[in-house]
Design a protein around this ligand. Structure first.
Ligand code: VGL
Ligand code: ZN
Length: 212
């Protein structure tokens, strides 16, 4: 796919470019900071941009410490299997703040997610219970958006779940691969791309948009 010219029906979704997912953060994604200049270059091409923030309560169900377990183990919760993470993105903390060099002044909506203490939310559309919407789909539809370009952190978790839920909500979706970085836990990146591809999520590079 080349030379995509973003138009009025398109939105850029910038997922979780927060301090805790970048160098020195509580759940640092390898090379996570590298997405910042790419996202900053992409954003001016879009009339509509949305930022998301992972935004957890202290003692959140997705934290290993809450269960007296080690990070990166899994646990069965009421809604399914949950990977347990180091404490991260606690609401209002410095780690939950957007990366200081992220510059998307045109962003008009910030979606916070994962704020229910018992439920995680990788997706910017739907919490992990698969029942509780964030309201993002309605927001985008009311703004006349039909196509989403998703970027940010991490490719195999919040970017992938957001992209797949975007498809399930009826949007055309492409992930801007070089504007993302992955955690890649036990092959999770390959699995995420398989699942995204199966759902019809496109895979493009930032150059395909910047050439527009
Ligand atoms: C994320 C793990 C836990 C992400 C958020 O933004 O991909 N990953 N919370
Ligand atoms: Zn989280």
């Amino acid at each position: 796919m080349t030379e995509i010219r973003p138009g009025p029906g398109d939105a850029l979704i910038v997922v979780d470019v927060q301090n805790d997912f970048c160098a020195g953060g509580a759940l640092a994604v390898p090379d996570g900071d590298a997405v910042v200049p790419i996202v900053n270059r992409l954003a001016p091409a879009f009339a509509v941009s949305v930022l998301t923030q992972d935004w957890h309560t202290p003692g959140h169900a997705s934290f290993a410490s809450t269960h007296g377990r080690e990070p990166f183990e899994t646990i069965e919760l009421g809604y399914g299997t949950q990977v347990l993470w180091p404490d991260h993105c606690v609401m209002g903390s410095a780690g939950a703040a957007l990366h200081p060099e992220l510059a998307v002044p045109t962003a008009q909506m910030v979606v916070r997610k994962g704020f229910h203490p018992e439920v995680d939310s990788y997706s910017a559309f739907m919490e992990a219970d698969h029942r509780t919407p964030t309201g993002l789909a309605g927001y985008l539809r009311e703004r006349g958006i039909g196509r989403l370009f998703v970027c940010g952190l991490a490719t195999d978790f919040c970017v992938a779940w957001t992209a797949m839920d975007g498809r399930k909500a009826g949007f055309e979706v492409a992930v801007v691969e070089d504007a993302c970085r992955a955690i890649d836990l036990d092959g999770s990146l390959a699995t995420a791309w398989d699942e995204m591809t199966r759902l019809g999520v496109g895979r493009i590079g930032s150059g395909d948009l910047l050439a527009a």
